[in-house]
Design a binder for this molecule. Structure first.
Ligand code: DX5
Ligand code: ZN
Length: 217
């Protein structure tokens, strides 16, 4: 079944614990945690101390999306702060650095993911695919919520799914950015099995109905 990962970037940070409890009760599978450093992307969001607090507040699976330069410098600290899975961007460091970062995450008993910006081709995942638990395909330019889904990413989602089936069928395929009930259906048809959603879940008056709509149920 399709998993839904609400992005807390669209939550009310003054009541973050309640927001997470609320989407959990509404049927969320994961919580997506968007870390921005003001360098890899123009915005700054939140980081380690917020993750630590959130870890104490929920036992929901925490999917951490690091939009930071040279993430290898920080992955161990994000694992120790409570991440269940750490995503690094393939554009954020050298292949060697990123392979080391993935090894460090796995050595701490956590899951590792690799993320692709819209301009990066599906082939970029090949050096990492045998080692990882999740691939995250961005369907907006990373850096902010509330943007429109880039339809030109659909063939890439299908190309990533084809590589997963061939090289590491247990790997999950997550899609992030501009997910609404209609784009959710397109992403699912192209091969995604986890959908991140910020505004369509946290911005909805009825979050249970919003999550159900994203699942297509
Ligand atoms: C964008 C973030 C997304 C964002 C999605 O840089 O990675 O996770 O919160 O927000 P929506 O669902 O509003 O596009
Ligand atoms: Zn994200």
């Amino acid at each position: 079944m399709l998993k839904i990962a609400p992005s807390i970037l669209a939550a009310d940070f003054a009541r973050l614990g309640q927001e997470v409890d609320d989407v959990r009760a509404a049927g969320a599978d994961y919580i997506h945690f968007d870390v921005m450093d003001g360098c890899f992307v123009p915005n700054i969001s939140f980081g380690l101390p917020v993750l630590q607090s959130l870890r104490r507040a929920t036992d929901l699976f925490l999917d951490v999306h690091l939009m930071i330069e040279r993430p290898g410098r920080y992955v161990e600290r994000f694992c120790q702060a409570g991440a269940d899975l750490v995503n690094v961007h393939v554009e954020a460091g050298s292949t060697e650095e990123l392979l080391k970062a993935i090894e460090a995450v796995k050595a701490l008993g956590k899951k590792a993911g690799v993320t692709l910006k819209p301009a990066t081709g599906a082939e970029a995942i090949e050096p990492f695919l045998p080692l990882i638990d999740l691939i995250l395909v961005m369907t907006v330019e990373p850096g902010s919520g509330g943007q429109s889904f880039m339809l030109d990413q659909l063939p890439k989602i299908a190309a990533v799914r084809e590589r997963i089936e061939r090289l590491n069928p247990a790997c999950e395929l997550e899609v992030d950015g501009g997910i609404t009930p209609s784009t959710a259906a397109l992403a699912k048809a192209a091969g995604a099995n986890v959908l991140v959603s910020g505004s369509a879940v946290f911005g909805a008056a009825d979050r249970r109905a919003a999550i159900r709509a994203l699942r297509g149920a």
